[in-house]
Design a protein. Structure first.
Length: 205
């Protein structure tokens, strides 16, 4: 279900309940279409007109919600990441919370337009228009991981642990073009937490 935080302020405050379901459906279509367009064409070739056409609505519908393409992209990324990890950590087990968070993130990056969209945006990371967008998306992801580490024995060097976990995923997905498996996630978590990584039976002597 779509989080209210992802609904633009103009839509949240607009005229009465009768138009809200339709407005929310249009917003949902626009957020999804934005990621699909960027995944297919890249940021620079993605236009407001193309997003509106894919969402089967008008450019005016976009400009009623967002002032420009960069703000729309920011909300689309934020929304996709929120859907990947919709709930806070359960605080039962650090390893289990990390596995849920990272598995959800990997699933979104591998199985939805989010992964291809992020890959398309990374080369433009230092662009004045896009840097705040990507920084905000990354900060949201890191915040969730900090919530898992905070007030646990693993809080020390927390930022480095997060770098190692996310770096492992990003390197395999974006640099090497490899699939990240559940076993990859388990091994990375156990190594970062200083536990014993699982051994491959085929390599035992």
């Amino acid at each position: 279900m779509k989080n209210d935080a992802m609904i633009p302020a103009a839509e949240r405050s607009g005229g009465g309940s009768s138009g809200r379901p339709q407005a929310a459906r249009v917003t949902r279509a626009l957020l999804d279409s934005t990621l699909q367009e960027i995944a297919a064409k890249g940021y620079e070739k993605t236009t407001i007109a193309a997003i509106a056409e894919r969402a089967r609505t008008s450019k005016q519908a976009i400009y009623r919600r967002w002032p420009d393409k960069a703000h729309l992209v920011a909300d689309a990324l934020r929304d996709a990441l929120a859907q990947a990890n919709p709930a806070p950590p359960q605080r039962g087990s650090v390893a289990q919370d990390l596995k849920v968070c990272l598995s959800n993130t990997v699933r979104a990056l591998q199985e939805t337009a989010l992964g291809a969209a992020i890959r398309a945006l990374v080369p433009l990371r230092q662009s004045p228009e896009l840097k705040p967008v990507l920084d905000e998306a990354e900060d949201a992801r890191r915040l969730l991981l900090r919530q898992i580490f905070i007030a646990t024995p693993f809080e020390a060097e927390m930022e480095t642990r997060i770098d190692l976990l996310l770096g492992h995923i990003y390197f395999r997905l974006h640099m090497r073009g490899l699939t990240v498996t559940e076993r990859d996630i388990d091994a990375a978590i156990q190594l970062v937490l200083g536990l014993t990584a699982p051994r491959d039976p085929a390599h035992r002597s």
